[in-house]
Ligand binder design. Structure first.
Ligand SMILES: Cc1ncc(COP(=O)(O)O)c(C=O)c1O
Length: 446
C-alpha cells in the first residue's frame, strides 16, 4: 500500500485535510506501530480511550463470540444478555444510586441523551418551563449540536452558530488562572447564574468533574461539588456529571466525581468504557430521574438504532470485567503518583507554566511568560507545533488551545493507558523534553 495518506490521494477524509497521516497497522500495550514499522508511544490512549492498552484478547474474543451468537437486536422490542450484564456491573462501580444505564456509541450522543433526559424529567414532573442548561467555560461536551451548544468551543461554535441553542456559561474552576475565593472556584457562579436565569426555567447544570482537555486536567477545590450539589438541590436543578473523559477509572477512581463525595443525578460515560475496542458510551441515571417518566408517558423520547447493541455491550462488559479482575483502577491510582512525580520535572523547562491533573490524567500548560502566565499568541500555534514535534519523536500527546482567554492558550495532555510502566513513563518524559526543545527552536523562544 502507498505511504501517502493525505487528501486527496486517499479516499478517506479526516479532520485534517492538509496533513499526511501515518497508517497504523498494529497496537501493542501502550504502543502503536505503523506500516513502516515505526513505533509510537501513545501517551494519551488515542483520545483518552485505550485505557486497557492494545491486545486484550478477552475483549476481542467477547465481541467475536457475541457477533457469532446474535449480531443485532433492537431495544424497542428486545433486551440482550451483554446489555443486562454490563448494566449490572456498572451498578457495582457507579456512585450509589446511579443504577440505570442507557447504552450508546459516542460521548456526544451520551451528552445529548443526558440533557434530553433532564428536560423530559422536568416536563413529566409537571414543570415544563424548566428547559435551560448551564455549562462552564472552558468546557467541552461534544460536537453534535446540543452538546456543542453546551461547550465553550468558540472556534467550532462560530461556524455553526445559527444552528446552536443558547446555553448559559459560567466560569469553570481553573486553579492556575482563578483566585481561590473567586465565584468560579467556590461554585458561587452557578448560584448567581441560576438566580439570574430564574430557577423555574433552569433544567440542568452540566460539568466535567475533573477537567479534560478544555481546562487541561484542572482539578476543582475539594468542596466545589458539595457546593454544586447543594445549589442544585436548593433550586431544583439536575446535576449532570460528564464523565466521558474523566470517568471509567481515569482519575484513579471509577468515577471522578467520587473524589468529591457527591452523587450527580445523571452521569455520562464514554471513551475508555470499552477501552476503545468498540465505540461505546452510556448515560446513567437515578430512579428519581426515571420514575416520573416511567409513571408518566412511559418512554424516554430519544431513539437511536444502535443503542444497547449487543456487540458494543459485550465489549464493554469484557472491558469492565478485565478492569476489575486486574485491579486496573487501583493500578491507575498507584501509577499516577509516579507519573505526576516525573512530570513535575518539566515545570522548570522554558515555556512550561503549569503541570497538573489527577490520576493518569495530566495537563501541561505552555505560556509565553511564566510570571504573568501570558499565553503565546494563537498565531504561533505552539501546541500544534509541539504535538507534531512529539509525533516526530515517536510520542503521541493530545493538544488543546484557546483555554486561557477563549482564543489564546496552549496545552497538551498526557493520559496513558492504565498499564503504562515506569520505564514507559521515563520514555514519555524524555520524548516530551526532546519535542519541547524542537518546538522552542522552531518558535525561536529561548
Ligand atoms: C468531557 C467530554 N464529553 C463529551 C465528549 C464527546 O465525546 P465524543 O467525541 O465521543 O463524541 C468528549 C470528547 O472529547 C469529552 O471530552
Amino acid at each position: 500500500m502507498s505511504s501517502a495518506h493525505r487528501y486527496p490521494e486517499t479516499g478517506v477524509f479526516y479532520r485534517a485535510l492538509d496533513r499526511d497521516l501515518p497508517l497504523i497497522v498494529r497496537g501493542e500495550g501502550c504502543w502503536l506501530i505503523d506500516d513502516r514499522g515505526r513505533r509510537y508511544l501513545d501517551a494519551c490512549g488515542g483520545a483518552y480511550v485505550a485505557n486497557l492498552g492494545h491486545g486484550v484478547s478477552e475483549v476481542s474474543d467477547a465481541v467475536a463470540e457475541q457477533i457469532r451468537r446474535v449480531a443485532y437486536v433492537n431495544g424497542t422490542a428486545f433486551t440482550n444478555e451483554p446489555a443486562e450484564a454490563l448494566a449490572a456491573e456498572l451498578r457495582t462501580l457507579n456512585p450509589k444510586g446511579l443504577d440505570f444505564a442507557y447504552f450508546l456509541s459516542s460521548g456526544s450522543e451520551a451528552v445529548e441523551a443526558a440533557l434530553k433526559l433532564a428536560r423530559q424529567f422536568w416536563v413529566e414532573s409537571g414543570r415544563p418551563d424548566k428547559h435551560k442548561i448551564i455549562a462552564r467555560s472552558p468546557g467541552y461536551h461534544g460536537n453534535t449540536l446540543l452538546a456543542l451548544s453546551a461547550s465553550a468551543r468558540g472556534h467550532y461554535k462560530k461556524l455553526y452558530g445559527p444552528w446552536l441553542v443558547p446555553v448559559t456559561m459560567i466560569p469553570a474552576p481553573y486553579p492556575y488562572r482563578c483566585a481561590p475565593d473567586s465565584p468560579a472556584m467556590t461554585a458561587q457562579a452557578l448560584e448567581d447564574a441560576i438566580k439570574k436565569e430564574g430557577a423555574d426555567s433552569v433544567a440542568a447544570f452540566i460539568a466535567e468533574p475533573v477537567g479534560g482537555s478544555s481546562t487541561g486536567g484542572s482539578v476543582p477545590p475539594l468542596d466545589y461539588y458539595k457546593n454544586v450539589r447543594a445549589i442544585c438541590d436548593r433550586y431544583d436543578v439536575l446535576f449532570v456529571a460528564d464523565e466521558v473523559l474523566c470517568g471509567s477509572g481515569r482519575t484513579g477512581k471509577w468515577a471522578a466525581i467520587e473524589h468529591f463525595g457527591v452523587v450527580p443525578d445523571i452521569m455520562t460515560l464514554g471513551k475508555g468504557l470499552s477501552g476503545g475496542y468498540v465505540p461505546l458510551s452510556a448515560v446513567v441515571a437515578t430512579r428519581r430521574v426515571l420514575d416520573p417518566i416511567a409513571k408518566g408517558s412511559g418512554a424516554f423520547k430519544h431513539a437511536q438504532t444502535f443503542s444497547h447493541s449487543p456487540a458494543i455491550c459485550a465489549a464493554g462488559l469484557a472491558a469492565v470485567r478485565h478492569i476489575k479482575k486486574n485491579n486496573l483502577v487501583e493500578r491507575c491510582a498507584k501509577t499516577s503518583i509516579v507519573l505526576h512525580r516525573k512530570l513535575q520535572a518539566l515545570i522548570d523547562l522554558p515555556a512550561v507554566g503549569d503541570v497538573r491533573g489527577l490520576g493518569l490524567l495530566a495537563g501541561i500548560e505552555f505560556v509565553a511568560d511564566k510570571s504573568s502566565k501570558a499565553p503565546f499568541p494563537r498565531a504561533r500555534k505552539f501546541a500544534e507545533t509541539f504535538v507534531s514535534a512529539a509525533l516526530d519523536a515517536g510520542l503521541v500527546v493530545w493538544p488543546n488551545v484557546g483555554h486561557a482567554d477563549g482564543e489564546n492558550g496552549d496545552l497538551v495532555m498526557v493520559a496513558p493507558p492504565f498499564i503504562v510502566t515506569e520505564a514507559e513513563i521515563d520514555e514519555i518524559v524524555a520524548r516530551f523534553k526532546l519535542a519541547l526543545d524542537r518546538t522552542l527552536e522552531a518558535a525561536h523562544v529561548r
